[in-house]
Design a protein around this ligand. Structure first.
Ligand SMILES: Nc1nc2c(c(=O)[nH]1)N[C@H]1C(S)=C(S)[C@@H](COP(=O)(O)OP(=O)(O)OC[C@H]3O[C@@H](n4cnc5c(=O)[nH]c(N)nc54)[C@H](O)[C@@H]3O)O[C@H]1N2
Ligand SMILES: Nc1nc2c(c(=O)[nH]1)N[C@H]1C(S)=C(S)[C@@H](COP(=O)(O)OP(=O)(O)OC[C@H]3O[C@@H](n4cnc5c(=O)[nH]c(N)nc54)[C@H](O)[C@@H]3O)O[C@H]1N2
Ligand code: SF4
Ligand SMILES: [Mo]
Length: 710
């Protein structure tokens, strides 16, 4: 062989051997599994794979979405430079032009329509640093009250109910490591097996250790299959079902009387209301037989320890707050909170569903769970931000209500960061029409989502591989997502984009940040002394201690694994119980002659939210490439629907077309459609605009529909 050839082969061999490893965290759910991207260069072609990395929460596991997470950031559709819409087409422009354009449009809108005409729509898939910065940007740079985020559609009912009941909202009151040792578990409207798959071993261990598991869901799912008892509740009837459970333990003398007396207020009112109810009536309303209610309630109350979990099945209702409160009434009546192996968990949804609801992205909130209408709270945050507290605007409106304000002409400009509201909001046709009325919409995204398609300007965002920052997982554990890959093309981190817009608007002195850690250090101060106190948490500590559960008020504090051991967070230290009516706040839309079936919506294992990311992943898209209608065989027969055929599903608001999936796992009066698809499979065209009056959660889980074969 000639020297030249030898050299060639040696170089090739070296190339083959090149392997780079990048630490990061999964971009999807609240488990925030630690992972590594392995980049192998084979000759000049790069290949990627993702593997799990050990950590206290997911213990090295990954689910199918995590293993394929790298497929979307490397997808050819990734936006790599700013795009301006010119005569209906997106054209490439420079960052400088994009920023000047934003300055011109924002200033013009504020001059003509007022400060409050600009709005921000944020996300719980961004880091704590970015969520914090977006809240500050709205109030300090734009001086607008109108900021809210996609978490409103997600965690708001659970958050409000926990605040009202306990005085504090942290998703899980206990860390996951307690689950294997609890004696009884109730899973209400949560499909952990498909939605937080790497949590499952905690529950499987509990079962191995003899725990009894009760699931409440209108459908059989991989989660209900784990359960010893499945209460197949009618959609939207969880509040009434909880009254049934309360009634059983009151009748059976199983209430923890000492606990409700010492640690709670309001139990006597609950008792006297529940005494007026009949179990047969509750069976009629909920579809759950009396004997099943009895088994579930007695089992839960009798055991020494128990844990109760809710998720969107119970919460995404127009009486979601009340439903969760009543479930918490039941938990409190059994005394199973604030001690070992006993507690509550609202299973958080998005990657940073916990942290992003703590630091000021919500219309009524400032960092650290401070309230924008509380003078002391305003003063604390204004001081950290270097402004006068009177300069801080007041409270804005919820996510969906912003679209109503756009429709009414009160809001004329929007900065949208990391969300796809055309597919994720209820009454999707209205939302789309409203967005088209905006004078100026800027979307910050990795892709041209269905909503970005409507934007005047799209700014290219970074992915989880490129954007370092903290993410607070479902345990309330503040974790540090390392992310060391350079941004592709001209993409930038969301926090950099916010700082650059602030700069062209002349507000750079409030946004001097050079790296995510600088923002975190300001967030620590802003949250200091608040309910979600991060002051004692630093990047160094997170690295050394593998995450810290808040509250963590000082550098010597080790974080809080279990909440409410001595007292609840209300001023008097007690939890609040209130009677929740069986009848007054029922879902407004009930099946009728014209729309005879309940429609409920939710998720499947292989896709994530509006699907913008997972539909780009070949491996995940191959598992489910289109939406479907889960329908009971009896119902299918009644409507002449055959397996695997197209069905039109119509509500008072619109029609979609999806393929039938006949299965006796669902209630005969209910159909289910996942919400991961867009266009004529966008199920939110069917969902109504009524909101929970307290937390403004839409009723994603109950609509009335009719169906027919296409
Ligand atoms: N694979 C996957 N995982 C995800 C996500 C995803 O899109 N895909 N999204 C993440 C996010 S943001 C979230 S919020 C979580 C959501 O996690 P979950 O809340 O667990 O998911 P859903 O499928 O919305 O709803 C859960 C269950 O509620 C049931 N349900 C429907 N109506 C009712 C009702 O009236 N009462 C009761 N008791 N149950 C009902 C549904 O049948 C469903 O099985 O998942 C996170 N993880
Ligand atoms: N019918 C029905 N509707 C629902 C629900 C339901 O159960 N049923 N669930 C609701 C719930 S719980 C949720 S959480 C919402 C979610 O609703 P959305 O927030 O609208 O959903 P996503 O698909 O996560 O949209 C995220 C967008 O941001 C982009 N993106 C991803 N990462 C980044 C990033 O780091 N930076 C930026 N700038 N962009 C990024 C993605 O490409 C995508 O376009 O949907 C709600 N809608
Ligand atoms: S989707 Fe959730 S459970 Fe699956 S790997 Fe990602 S963070 Fe973990
Ligand atoms: Mo969510």
């Amino acid at each position: 062989m000639t020297d030249l050839l030898l050299k060639y082969f040696r170089t090739k061999q070296q190339e083959v051997q090149t392997e780079k490893v990048y630490d990061t965290q999964c971009p999807f759910c609240s488990m925030q599994c630690k992972m590594q991207l392995i980049e192998q260069s084979i000759v000049s072609r790069k290949t990627y794979k993702t593997i799990g990395k050990d950590n206290p929460t997911s213990q090295g596991r990954l689910c199918i979405k995590g293993m394929n997470a790298h497929q979307h950031p490397f997808h050819q559709d990734r936006i790599l430079h700013p795009l301006l819409k010119v005569e209906g087409e997106f054209v490439r422009i420079t960052w400088d032009e994009a920023l000047q354009h934003i300055k011109k449009q924002f200033e013009e809108i504020q001059a003509v329509d007022g400060h409050e005409a600009l709005s921000i729509y944020g996300s719980a898939s961004i880091t704590n640093e970015e969520a914090y910065l977006l809240g500050k940007f709205a109030r300090v740079a734009l001086k607008t009250p109108y900021i809210d985020y996609n978490g409103r559609l997600c965690m708001s009912a659970a958050a409000t109910a926990a605040n009202q009941t306990f005085g504090l909202d942290r998703g899980l009151t206990n860390s996951l490591k307690e689950i294997p040792f609890t004696r009884v578990i109730m899973l209400a409207g949560t499909n952990i097996a498909e939605c937080q798959p790497t949590i499952m071993p905690y529950f499987e261990k509990a079962k191995e250790n003899g725990a009894y598991i009760i699931a409440i869901d209108p459908r059989e799912t991989p989660t209900t299959q784990l359960a010893d008892l499945h209460l197949k509740v009618k959609p939207g009837m969880d509040a009434a079902l909880a009254n049934g459970l309360l009634k059983v333990i009151i009748d059976e003398g199983l209430v923890d009387e000492a606990f409700v007396k010492e640690r709670a207020t309001g139990f006597e009112e609950v008792r006297s209301y529940v005494n007026s109810l009949s179990l047969d009536e509750i069976t009629e309303m909920t579809g759950v037989p009396v004997d099943q209610m009895k088994t579930a309630a007695i089992k839960f109350a009798e055991e020494d320890s128990g844990m109760l979990f809710t998720a969107r099945g119970v919460e995404q209702q127009i009486d979601g707050t009340a439903a969760v409160r009543n479930i918490l009434n039941f938990l409190l009546a059994t005394g199973k909170i604030g001690k070992a192996y006993s507690g509550y968990g609202a299973i958080t949804g998005q990657g940073n569903g916990q942290g992003a609801r703590e630091h000021g992205q919500k219309a009524d909130q400032l960092p650290g769970y401070r309230l924008i209408e509380n003078e002391e709270h305003r003063e604390h945050v204004a001081k950290v931000w270097g402004i006068d507290k009177d300069e801080l605007p007041g409270k804005g409106v919820s996510a969906y209500e912003m679209f109503q304000k756009i429709n009414d002409g009160d809001i004329t400009g929007m900065l949208l960061v990391c969300s796809n509201p055309v597919v994720s909001n209820p009454n999707a046709n209205f939302v789309k029409a409203a967005l088209k009325k905006l004078k100026f919409l800027v979307a910050v995204d990795m892709f041209i989502s269905e909503t970005a398609q409507l934007a005047d300007l799209i700014l290219p965002a970074s992915s989880y591989l490129e954007d370092e920052g903290t993410m607070t997982n479902l345990e309330g554990r503040v974790t540090l997502r390392e992310a060391s890959r350079p941004c592709p093309g001209e993409a930038k981190n969301d926090w950099e984009i916010i700082c650059e817009i602030a700069k062209v608007l002349g507000k750079e002195k409030y946004f001097p940040f050079q790296k995510a850690e600088d923002i975190f250090n300001e967030l620590r101060e802003a949250s200091r002394g608040g309910a979600a106190d991060y002051y004692g948490i630093t990047y160094d500590r997170i690295r050394k201690e593998q995450g810290i559960l808040w509250p963590c008020p000082d550098l010597g504090h080790s974080g809080t694994d279990r909440l409410f051991e001595e007292t609840f967070a209300h001023e008097d230290g007690k939890a609040r119980m209130v009677p929740v009516s069986n009848t007054s706040e029922l879902p407004k839309e009930k099946p009728s002659e014209e729309y005879p079936l309940y429609l409920t919506t939710g998720r499947i294992m292989s896709h994530y939210l509006t699907g913008v990311q997972t539909r780009k992943s070949a491996a995940l898209a191959a598992r489910n490439f289109e939406s479907y209608l889960e329908i009971h065989p009896e119902t299918a027969k009644k409507y002449n629907i055959e397996q695997n055929t197209l069905v039109s599903v119509t509500s008072r608001r619109g029609t979609i077309k999806v393929r039938s999936k006949i299965s006796d796992t669902i209630r005969p009066d209910t159909v289910f459609v996942p919400f991961h698809w867009a266009e004529d499979q966008n199920v939110n065209m069917l969902v109504g605009e009524d909101l929970d009056p307290t937390c403004k959660m839409p009723g994603f889980k109950v609509s009335a529909v009719n169906i027919k074969p296409v």
